[in-house]
Ligand binder design. Structure first.
Ligand code: SF4
Length: 354
């Protein structure tokens, strides 16, 4: 795949300051149309990424608990809460339809603490008219004008060009074995806000692509897919690599990169599977199992998350062995998880053709 040289690339629609201040930063709790955020003159900050890349994410969870958030609640929510406090963010876009009731309650809590909350809805049933209405609501909440949505379509074209680089990183993962599962995970999750600076993000992605193209292909015994929300615990990918296993598909993370071609914002966010019914995710995963030669899946489930119930549907519909792993809070993987992973890999190894 050939790309325009970086020097010749321009960004007429994207005006991004080098160092965004809390005043122009907007926290996001899940993937939302960042094209509209940029077109309105704001910089999106994915609070999940801020939380999990903090030097001590477990401490952020504890701080939220010390402020009164329940122990038996999703740790992503608590980490997001503390990340907001730490960054001094004043405005947050919360997905109140298409994500989870914990996010909804978090938005209400933050509103009582004086933050400006901008609700965003992905309509259940993927109705185009309702999603278009959500775009208009978002534009007006961000103080945009009549022309903002048109400008956002221009921003989309520029972001799509950058997303293509991440799609190439994804292809190099499963088709050429030049990118590890963890690298794939990091690049894909980072597309949710493009690190708040798409120009820098593009530059880094190009450097990474150049570097990995020189690599020798990685060899693996087993090819795994990873489905479910991004894991809160660290060390999972590294441990799998030690066992000769490579993750060649990160389902939800890949969705953040908007993997399907689309002409408009509306089409793009209707194709995005995560916030809608489970069938879209099942179809996408089934296709990728076949295309990528996946022998088994790890379904990551977050403690106290309603999405855990989807495990039953995945097991009934996907047709490959599935190992369900659950973690509560940030940290490494414990002995029990390691043993379960080893047993799963051994079972897949016995099934694999010699
Ligand atoms: S992991 Fe589940 S409960 Fe936690 S924020 Fe995500 S969707 Fe909500």
């Amino acid at each position: 795949m050939e790309f325009l040289p970086f020097e010749t690339v321009t960004y007429p629609a994207l005006l991004v300051p080098e160092k965004p201040t809390p005043d122009i930063s907007v926290g996001i709790t899940s993937t939302v149309p960042i094209e509209i955020v940029f077109a309105s003159g704001y910089v999106p900050v994915d609070l999940n990424n801020i939380f999990i890349t903090d030097e001590d994410p477990a401490h952020l969870v504890e701080r939220a608990e010390a402020s009164g958030l329940p122990r038996n609640n999703c740790a992503w929510i608590k980490g997001i809460y503390s990340a907001i406090k730490k960054l001094g963010i004043k405005k947050v876009i919360g997905v109140v339809e298409g994500d989870c009731s914990n996010t909804f309650a978090l938005m209400e809590l933050l509103a009582t603490e004086g933050l400006e909350i901008i609700p965003f809805k992905y309509p259940y049933g993927r109705q185009a008219g309702l999603l278009q209405k959500s775009f208009h609501v978002l534009v007006s909440a961000l103080g945009g004008e009549e022309t903002t949505l048109r400008k956002a379509e221009e921003v989309k074209k520029e972001l799509d060009r950058i997303r293509t680089l991440v799609h190439e990183i994804d292809r190099l993962t499963w088709q050429e074995g030049k990118v590890t599962g963890e690298e794939n995970h990091i690049w894909n999750v980072s597309t949710s806000d493009m690190m708040g600076n798409p120009v820098l993000f593009e530059r880094k992605a190009r450097i990474f692509l150049e570097e990995v193209r020189q690599r020798e292909p990685l060899r693996e015994r087993i090819r795994l897919g990873f489905i479910g929300v991004p894991p809160i615990c660290g060390g999972l990918y590294g441990f799998l690599e030690e066992l000769g296993v490579r993750v060649v598909f990160n389902e939800i993370q890949r969705q953040f990169s908007m993997p399907y071609p689309s002409k408009t914002l509306l089409e793009q966010y209707l194709l995005y599977t995560y916030p809608y019914d489970i069938q879209g995710r099942v179809d996408d995963t089934r296709n990728e199992i076949k295309r990528r030669g996946i022998q088994g899946l790890i379904h990551y489930v977050q403690s106290f998350c309603y999405r855990n119930m989807y495990d039953t549907i995945f097991r009934r519909t996907l047709g490959v062995p599935i190992l369900t792993l659950e973690c509560d809070r940030p940290g490494g993987i414990d002995g029990q998880l390691r043993t379960r992973i080893e047993a799963f890999v051994e079972m897949l190894g016995k099934k694999a053709p010699r």
